[in-house]
Design a protein around this ligand. Structure first.
Ligand code: ZN
Length: 684
């Protein structure tokens, strides 16, 4: 582990934070916390915590001793001084006299002793930090340390590797009991420079920010040196089928199996997003012959359980061409996981006081020999965090198994952590957005309507993939909207297939398609060149058919219904002069939408369209191909005026129509008109 301390950066931190009224102690505390948090092999996703004992001056000019300790909700890698709220140290130290303290009382005491009432809640490890008399205290869940201590003989091994200056504490649940145990251990070993927490992590401390940080890096380095004895070894690997199916082939199957119906028959599901990982280390882990023993014990450090649940699912290696067999086996395995999870809850809740509320029984990590692992989450962000943690777990177990035997905390301790009262208190406090867990593809995604529609779908909780021919424009749009950019020519079937494969590889599948790519060609129908008409059909009709066909294939594999949305046009029902080359394929697209509604209704897939007109920005469609439109007076002013409501129609209004159709589960084969009112264009 490289020591990243820099005198220059430390001085710069002191100077820049001084301008915000932050003292030197807190500035350096922020600096080394970021050094630790920026290294994923030390700390991940809200894990770990740090503190400094310093002073603040109150309104009356009095100096108060405080502990500035990491607040919940802050990530160490990006922390700022407000993420290290100051708590009065005196009242915290007095608590050492108690024999026991509930988590709720502890949190209340921490909050009521904050200097700034608006601060985040201090870490659950606050009292441990307070009870250690050193000025700077650092805590991480370093991978190398976990690989050593997560073993049946982990305590003895740690004593041997780290020596007498780092006492080892047997596993105790984080909170007051652990803080007391740490104090007792420190008092018996007043010269110690750190503490090893069996099956949990490591603390280091010192008189300065640098000393505590240096010690952390040095101790982790000792652990790495010990693990290096296993370098060059490979776990015994299982035999795999000669031809494996791809991760993109099985992802929609898995997404479908993981989706839980919310209201049987109504077409609503609690869907998940997948995040696939297949690094060489992940592959070595999932192909290990002892994967069942290694993976089914529990997390490598207790707080991972909140993200990963106690166990991952192990699926069979999928053989190419035998996806039906894989799907059947995966269904049985996932059903067994759900049943086992409910049994685990009942088993431990029987002894719990007070009784706990059960969490959902959907697995969070899927291990697939040959293909790697999938993180599972209600959003892409959650799935990515879970996948990161699952990768860390794989890495820790690999290193432990190469020089020994992995063993983690008991199932009862895992339950206590997963069903911790402070976590339970957060349950049911927020209701998910209506399209959470749904993956939406928007074609013509870099155009005005495409961007507005993607933004509106995202606001309702969907993950968005933007397809567009223009690579730079679609990348810029996806970046601005927080979506996934795919360069795709919807008129080219192989380009469409590749684009949907990319979406499936990124999110695991597709639930909503907004077929929006289009362009307006013109010409009087009696003398228009055939090639113009055919080009328009390729984009405005076959483009829609290509993407709808590809989307439906994935939706059928998921077997959780789906939503097809088509940007049609008033031209389909209210043709304008010389707009035949545009209106004819749009009329066919209207028929296409109805055909999908008819052919896939029993599969729960809805197909609907939006007829937009007179949109101020963006004209009729994404682009006006024929420059003659300008000459004919097809200008912005025309589209703003002349509707029944006398209101300007914007791209956002079209986007809202798409969203309302995506939310409607009892509407199919319908067209929603967004034109401010034009009876001639009304459907009849
Ligand atoms: Zn910890």
């Amino acid at each position: 582990m490289q020591n990243l301390w820099s005198d220059q950066d430390a001085r710069a931190a002191i100077e820049s934070y001084a301008g915000q009224g932050v003292n030197e102690d807190l500035a350096l505390r922020t600096y080394t916390t970021r050094l630790l948090g920026g290294e994923p092999r030390l700390v991940q996703h809200g894990g770990g915590n740090t503190s400094v004992k310093t002073t603040v001056t109150d309104r009356l000019g009095r100096t108060i001793d405080v502990l500035c300790v990491k607040g919940s909700g802050w990530d160490m890698g990006t922390i700022e001084p407000p993420g290290l709220p100051a708590v009065k140290l005196g009242p915290l130290l007095e608590l050492a006299a108690l024999d026991a303290l509930s988590d709720e009382h502890m949190v209340n005491l921490q909050r009521t002793n904050l200097i700034d009432a608006a601060s985040p809640t201090p870490s659950v490890e606050t009292l441990l930090h307070a009870f250690i008399p050193h000025k700077f205290v650092d805590h991480t869940h370093a991978n190398a340390v976990l690989s050593l201590c997560d073993r049946p003989d982990g305590m003895e091994l740690c004593r041997r590797v780290f020596g007498p200056k780092v006492p080892v504490i047997p596993f105790v649940m984080p909170g007051f009991a652990l803080a007391k145990k740490a104090k007792e251990t420190f008092d018996a070993n007043p010269d110690c420079i750190g503490l090893m927490l069996h099956k949990h992590g490591i603390f280091s401390f010192g008189a300065s920010a640098r000393e505590a940080y240096d010690r952390m890096i040095e101790l982790v380095g000792l652990a790495e040196k010990e693990l290096a004895k296993g370098a060059g070894r490979t776990l015994v690997q299982v035999q795999l089928p000669a031809q494996l199916a791809g991760a993109g082939d099985i992802a929609p199957i898995l997404r479908g199996l993981l989706a839980a119906p919310i209201d049987k028959g109504e077409g609503r599901y609690a869907r998940v997003v997948l995040d696939h990982r297949a690094t060489p280390r992940v592959i070595e882990y999932v192909n290990g012959s002892e994967l069942a023993r290694c993976s089914q014990q529990g997390p490598v450090t207790p707080d991972h359980v909140i993200r990963t649940k106690p166990r991952p699912v192990i699926l069979p290696a999928p053989e190419a061409g035998k996806l039906d067999e894989f799907a059947e086996a995966a269904r049985a395995t996932i059903e067994k996981f759900r049943a086992d999870y409910r049994a685990y809850f009942e088993r431990h809740n029987a002894n719990a006081r007070p009784k706990k509320k059960p969490l959902d029984d959907t697995p969070r990590v899927l291990l697939v020999p040959g293909l790697g692992l999938f993180g599972v989450g209600p959003t892409a962000k959650d799935a990515a965090v879970t996948a990161d943690i699952a990768e860390t777990c794989a890495s820790v177990v690999l290193d432990a198994e190469k020089t020994g035997r992995f063993e983690t905390i008991t199932e009862a301790d895992q339950f206590d952590m997963e069903y911790w009262s402070l976590e339970q208190a957060k349950l049911g406090k927020s209701s998910p957005k209506p399209l959470r867990g749904q993956v939406a593809v928007v074609t013509g995604g870099a155009g005005t309507i495409g961007k507005a529609t993607a933004a509106a779908l995202k606001r309702e909780g969907a993950e968005i993939a933007l397809f567009d021919l223009d690579a730079d424009a679609v990348k810029a749009a996806a970046k601005a909207l927080g979506g996934f950019a795919v360069v795709c020519d919807v008129t080219d079937r192989s380009s469409v297939d590749r684009a949907f494969e990319a979406v499936t590889a990124t999110f695991g599948g597709v639930d909503i398609l907004v077929s929006n790519a289009g362009a307006a060609w013109q010409g009087r129908i009696g003398d228009v060149d055939d090639s113009v008409l055919r080009k328009s059909f390729e984009l405005n009709f076959f483009g829609a058919q290509n993407v709808a066909q590809a989307a439906v294939k994935i939706m059928l594999t998921q077997a959780t219904g789906g939503t097809l949305l088509f940007n049609i046009s008033k031209q389909a029902v209210n043709p304008g002069p010389n707009f035949g080359p545009y209106g004819l394929p749009k009329a066919a697209a209207l028929a296409l939408m109805r055909q999908y509604a008819i052919d896939y209704g029993t599969d729960g897939i809805t197909a609907n369209g939006v007829n937009a007109d007179r949109i101020r920005s963006g004209l009729l469609t994404d682009q006006m191909v024929d420059s003659r439109s300008k000459a004919r007076g097809v200008t912005e002013q025309n589209y703003m005026s002349g509707n029944l409501l006398g209101r300007e129609v914007r791209a956002e209004d079209v986007a809202d129509a798409f969203v309302s159709l995506a939310l409607a589960r009892k509407t199919t084969g319908a067209v929603l008109t967004v034109d401010g009112g034009n009876v001639a264009a009304a459907l009849r």
